[in-house]
Design a protein around this ligand. Structure first.
Ligand SMILES: Nc1ncnc2c1ncn2[C@@H]1O[C@H](COP(=O)(O)OP(=O)(O)OP(=O)(O)O)[C@@H](O)[C@H]1O
Ligand SMILES: [Mg+2]
Length: 545
């Protein structure tokens, strides 16, 4: 076993500035698109870095380059020898082990590399009980294994595991003896994050880990990461979360191409970026003014004897244009509203004593009988597993309740945003996906519409299946907006959105004239909407706002 495998772990207290990961001028293309170009970055031992940037800029792709799942077309990726990397992707669908007939503890032992050691120790123990002498080599080996076992945290794994299970918010009935195969999809997602945290990897790569967590768990994770001894690169669109543990921010930028490293925490990054944007804007405005002045002269001297001067001015303009590196920023934000085609009746939704059963698990909604009236905006909050998505699915007509009734009011037209975005057809292009609900709209109009949701030019011909999660989310929102529904039932619509898009969507929902039933755990987003009421599950407490 090479000693480098143990680099930072939780045990080592030394921290050096040894570089453990370097990307040199990395470029990646997919299909016709250049996704990353000229990316340079490095991570040193124990360094806590954030990776930020707008939806579709290539953050997930960058992680895949680091793990080797994606080959760069150009440039190099240098990972220090024996480096232990734990990667938690944005969706665990393709990475969760197929073989799930293990207990949670076994799964964790494996993550820490303790299962192999434990097995060998047990083998040796059997030998010791059968044979009493001539076992020097075995005893030496056993002693060595014990040291490694302790070094890898074998004797603390149970208490570490309990703290982490609790921290990520897995319900109390899930313990170290629970079979992994018995967990729900959401629970597996948390377990996957938990095993990465418990692995004590030298480098954690976490792709939007806070998306699957309640606010309490997000705060816990921020603290956990702050005191983590290993290095990390964490993708997130949540400033408060990142601010808890980052000491360096790497930004991928569509505008400038490449990766820019800012030292300091997230707040410091925001300040530096604002200053940088301000300087750029000033330079851009000065250049614009200079061009306008030359253009005015060129126009004035165009005729007669002065035409040479005019040409000279035009040349100068061309040179300035070619050389300029900064332009006035055209901020790309979603710029459209959610409209209502026909108003609904006054009563929009009334639920009474709904109950849904999944095997032994009963979801009882009788303490949150709802009455939503026209124009009302209601949010449901509560821990994962409380049954928020199930309730929305019942109301959207995707599944049926086992007991109770609900009434959808007169002329109510529901637009539903499902958390998993499963109603998107991944084989359709973006344009075809819109066409599937568009009726007689022309392609041109649909493309204009998609443009407002930041799909321009050839973007509309991309298959949905290749889109980033934030981009998929924008397709869902575009479909909802096109539908001009009067009642929006939204399950965590802000989950994958970058900061700018999330703010736009909150604003759109604020201006929306219809009614809203929303599930979210994104407090900033909810604040932006101007909700009338928040209902908390499972107790059913109502907060009138
Ligand atoms: N096969 C492909 N052909 C064309 N474009 C692709 C292909 N695969 C991915 N892309 C594009 O690559 C870009 C980067 O995707 P990536 O998933 O890395 O983005 P991201 O920064 O992680 O975004 P998000 O914040 O939404 O998760 C996206 O615009 C995506 O549409
Ligand atoms: Mg991504």
């Amino acid at each position: 076993m090479s000693p480098e495998r143990f680099i930072p772990g939780k045990e080592s207290s030394e921290r050096t500035s040894k570089v453990i990961l370097t990307l040199n001028n990395v470029s990646v293309s997919k299909g016709e698109n250049e996704i990353l170009s000229g990316v340079n970055l490095n991570i040193t031992q124990g360094e806590h870095a954030a990776l930020v940037g707008s939806n579709g800029v290539g953050k997930t792709t960058l992680f895949e380059v680091i793990t080797g799942d994606e080959q760069p077309d150009d440039g190099s990726v240098l990972v220090s020898r024996g480096l232990n990397i734990a990667y938690v992707p944005q969706s665990i669908e393709n990475v969760f082990p197929k073989d799930q007939e293990h207990t949670v503890l076994e799964y964790f032992l494996h993550a820490r590399g303790l299962d192999v050691i434990q097995r060998r120790m047990h083998e040796l123990e059997t030998v010791f009980t059968q044979q009493k002498t001539g076992l020097e080599a075995e005893l030496d080996e056993y002693g060595e294994l014990q040291t490694i076992y302790q070094f890898k945290g074998g004797y603390t794994i149970e208490s570490d595991a309990k703290a982490i299970l609790d921290g990520v918010g897995l319900p109390e009935n899930i313990g170290l003896g629970t079979m992994v195969s018995n967990l729900s999809g959401g629970e597996k997602t948390k377990l996957f994050l938990a095993q990465a945290l418990i692995s004590n990897a030298d480098l954690l790569l976490l792709d939007e880990p806070s998306n699957h967590l309640d606010p309490d768990s997000v705060a816990w994770l921020g603290d956990y990461l702050r005191s983590y001894r290993g290095a990390m690169l964490v993708i997130s669109h949540q400033p408060t979360f990142l601010n808890a543990f980052t000491e360096k921010v790497i930004e991928l930028s569509l505008e400038d191409r490449g990766a820019f490293t800012y030292t300091g925490g997230y707040e410091s990054y925001e300040a530096q970026k604002a200053q940088r944007d301000f300087e750029r804007e000033k330079t851009a405005m000065r250049t614009d003014a200079e061009i306008a002045r030359l253009q005015e002269q060129a126009d004035r001297f165009r005729a007669g004897v002065h035409s040479k001067t005019s040409k000279d001015r035009q040349k100068k303009i061309a040179k300035i244009e070619a050389d300029r590196t900064t332009r006035k920023r055209k901020e790309k934000v979603i710029r459209i509203g959610f409209e209502v085609e026909t108003q609904s009746g006054y009563e929009v939704l009334k639920t009474s004593d709904l109950i849904k059963r999944y095997g032994e698990n009963t979801l009882d909604y009788s303490n949150i009988n709802m009455d939503i009236i026209r124009g009302e905006k209601v949010a449901i909050v509560g821990p994962v597993g409380a049954g928020k998505s199930t309730l929305l699915k019942i109301i959207a007509g995707v599944i049926e309740p086992d007991e109770g009734t609900f009434i959808i009011g007169n002329k109510v037209d529901i637009g539903y945003y499902s958390q998993e975005m499963e109603d998107l057809n991944v084989d359709n292009t973006v344009l075809e996906e819109m066409r599937s609900i568009a009726g007689a709209e022309s392609d041109q109009r649909l493309r204009t519409f998609l443009g407002a949701f930041l799909f321009s030019g050839d973007d509309v011909f991309k298959p949905v299946g290749v889109l980033s999660f934030g981009e998929r989310s924008r397709v869902m929102l575009a479909k909802l907006a096109l539908g001009k529904h009067n009642f929006l039932v939204l399950d965590e619509p802000s989950n994958h959105l970058d900061v700018a898009s999330r703010n736009s969507v909150a604003h759109m929902l604020k201006e929306y004239a219809g009614s809203i039933l929303l599930v979210s755990h994104d407090e900033e987003f909810m604040e932006g909407i101007g909700l009338n009421k928040i209902i908390r599950l499972p107790d059913g407490t109502v907060f009138q706002l």
